[in-house]
Design a binder for this molecule. Structure first.
Ligand code: GLN
Length: 336
């Protein structure tokens, strides 16, 4: 398929989406999601990054930002946490914007691994090696593609781009960064292995360091919802009005998110929730509802795949209550 030039019409006028329910309805559903799941105690704190083990296991916040800029918050919505893997789709979007979506597909890949986010086996078993930008291998390779000759320039590009998605300057949590950097053998191993397959596009150790920095940026659920809303809004941040990336980039990034955002649980996620979403090991999840808005949820207790238990439950509830599942349809009026 890829050898035939294809027509990308996402900038054209025919786009099919819809709108969120009324503000009152959204507010009520959000409050109910919080009340329903705030006492759920299942899951474990991430411990492989030592600083994350110190998180408050009770914290739970949810936010929705609509494409017209309205924000809805519930629970610990001002609680700060590190973005971790949720940076991945936004970095992919920035790189697609720089080098083009087809180049990004050629250099990284867009297929699922069916394996965990830090799998080395997935690199060995698949000839594409990097596979996709949502697992660590593909994500470190994506970061290595950031413009700039030095790690400093690449980091400046990524910090600035992620901040434009959030609509405010995002800063590093130094304790989490240092903690992960000091225990980073696995990601360094992945980066060097990719280098041996010529699927790393900058110095492997320095690219891993920039990747670790991007994971350590501090956000709230409202930031996640705003970032998600930007991908839902044809690349325009609904709070700042800035065009961060093109609409055609959003469309491709959301496809990768749907395929691999929840790693080996991406099928279950899509089956339950029907929307592209991305989790991170600090307990955040961003979900994108094209044309309508973004959702951010946070709670640090994780399931076996490293996805927040309460955040998944809240997102599933809201997808159902607000009618957000992309695969949902209603029969047209047929003449009898
Ligand atoms: N910084 C983490 C890592 O690279 C991010 C992983 C995640 O959030 N799933 O291991």
């Amino acid at each position: 398929l890829q050898k035939y030039a294809h027509v990308d019409r996402s900038e054209a006028s025919r786009v099919s989406t819809g709108a969120l329910p009324s503000a009152e309805f959204v507010r009520q559903a959000l409050g109910e999601a919080y009340e329903r799941y705030r006492t759920v105690q299942e899951g474990e704190l991430a411990t492989y990054i030592p600083a994350l083990a110190a998180a408050n296991a009770d914290a739970f916040g949810i936010a929705i930002v609509s494409t017209n800029g309205a924000a809805f918050l519930a629970g610990d919505s001002s609680c700060e946490f590190t973005i971790q893997s949720i940076a991945k789709p936004f970095v992919l979007a920035l790189i697609c914007q720089e080098i083009g979506c087809e180049q990004a597909r050629a250099k990284i890949g867009v297929n699922g691994t069916g394996m965990s986010f830090d799998s080395v086996l997935a690199i060995e078993l698949n000839p594409e090696r990097t596979m996709n930008a949502m697992v660590n291998a593909g994500a470190i390779a994506t970061t290595s593609l950031a413009p700039g000759e030095s790690a400093t320039e690449k980091w400046a590009f990524i910090q600035d781009g992620l901040s434009r998605f959030a609509g405010r300057t995002l800063e590093i949590d130094a304790a989490v960064y240092e903690s992960e950097a000091a225990a980073n053998e696995r990601n360094l191993g992945i980066a060097h292995l990719l280098n041996s397959y010529r699927r790393m596009y900058f110095d492997a150790s320095q690219a891993t360091d920039v990747y670790t920095k991007q994971c350590s940026l501090v956000v709230t659920v409202q930031d996640l919802a705003t970032m998600g809303a930007t991908l839902a809004d044809g690349g325009v941040n609904p709070l700042t009005g800035e065009q961060v990336v093109d609409a055609s980039v959003c469309k491709r990034v959301l496809a990768v998110l749907a395929t691999a955002g929840m790693y080996e649980r991406s099928g279950d996620w899509l089956y339950d929730i029907g929307l592209p979403g991305k989790s991170g090991v600090s307990g955040g999840i961003v979900t994108v509802v094209p044309g309508k808005g973004g959702m951010g949820a946070f709670s640090p207790l994780l399931d076996q795949a490293g996805n927040s238990v309460r955040a998944q439950l809240a997102t599933r509830f809201l997808s159902e209550q607000l009618g957000l599942n992309l695969f949902l349809s209603r029969a047209a009026q047929h003449e009898s």
